[in-house]
Design a protein around this ligand. Sequence first.
Ligand SMILES: Cc1cc2nc3c(=O)[nH]c(=O)nc-3n(C[C@H](O)[C@H](O)[C@H](O)COP(=O)(O)OP(=O)(O)OC[C@H]3O[C@@H](n4cnc5c(N)ncnc54)[C@H](O)[C@@H]3O)c2cc1C
Length: 342
Amino acid sequence: MRFVIGCKPGEVELGSKGHHVAVIGAGPAGLAAAGYLACRGYNVEVYDMMPEPGGLMMFGVYDKRLPRENVRRGVEELRSLGIVFKLRVKVGEDVDLEDLISSYDAILIATGTWATRRLKIPGSKLEGVYGAQEYIVDYYLWKLGYRDQPPPIGDRVVVVGGGLTAVDACYIALDLGATEVHLVYRRTRREAPAGTREFQELEKRGVTIHELVAPVEYVGVEGKVKAVKLVKMRLGEPDESGRPKPVPVPGTEHMLEADIVLEAVGLRPTPPFKEGRDYGIKLNPDETIYTDECYRTTREPVFAAGDVKHGPSLIGHALRSGYEAAKCIEAYLEGRIGWTTH
Ligand SMILES: Cc1cc2nc3c(=O)[nH]c(=O)nc-3n(C[C@H](O)[C@H](O)[C@H](O)COP(=O)(O)OP(=O)(O)OC[C@H]3O[C@@H](n4cnc5c(N)ncnc54)[C@H](O)[C@@H]3O)c2cc1C
């Protein structure tokens, strides 16, 4: 996987432009931006809270779909350009964003969507009920040797959701040794963000797919989840997403046994802010970072790109967004664009 855009190692003198840029987040958006800016002669330092760069390409996407050696090769190429990685540093906790703003000529926030939206139904706090993304990240931390134990697993796993996170959670449950994996989705596979092909692949691997059902309660024994109470749904008029809105059918509640439940019902953007602060950086109603057409936030000289700016998407989209933002950073540092007040 290539993140170096526009030059080869040895072709460019790092720092020849004299400006220093901090990139926060080493996923595809941050890496593409770092690769472009280093090629243009800027000093680039990349901050990431994880022990290794790559973002969800390293700690999220199913590894049989995206081999980790490809990501590592791309990162090594960035290092050979002279880019410095500051790992295990969580901006907002270990370092304050305000300090970075005063220490660099430009900042790019590319911190993605690292929190699972949770269903707030009775039983959500039972042992064995997890946010799928956090579970998947823990799985790769273990698989890549950064954790001693894998996340807890049981015989029967129920995954809730219809996107790529739900699909990957099913594969990981199987790889961890679950004997029965059930995917429950409130619409049909035709409306699922993951697409019908992914559902067919899951069925080939033995996953049971339950369409038009939604959890209404997690039922536990001695504090540990034992079953999911589901209700059948029917499809109604289109909602704000343009897809038919699932509507519960009263009197259709039924139980599905579960040792582990993984909720994959959406991801939340995670800007690197200390609790209670916004640094003058405006957020959109869906919590993504507001920017103008040139990736400028409402705080000079802070830019934003990738999923934290446009919401959960795909690797290609994040790469492109990081590259486009880097071109805007270059234009800003060269004085070709200024800062608009939004
Ligand atoms: C389970 C799963 C499977 C997926 N499968 C696919 C797929 O098959 N194909 C595809 O194209 N897309 C897939 N995607 C989507 C794709 O991975 C993302 O769209 C893409 O990685 C987003 O890139 P990004 O650079 O914006 O953010 P991320 O890749 O999320 O990277 C953000 C980085 O920021 C770091 N970070 C966050 N907060 C802080 C902080 N406060 N301080 C320091 N560092 C911080 C994180 O550690 C991370 O390294 C999948 C997503 C998930 C969750």
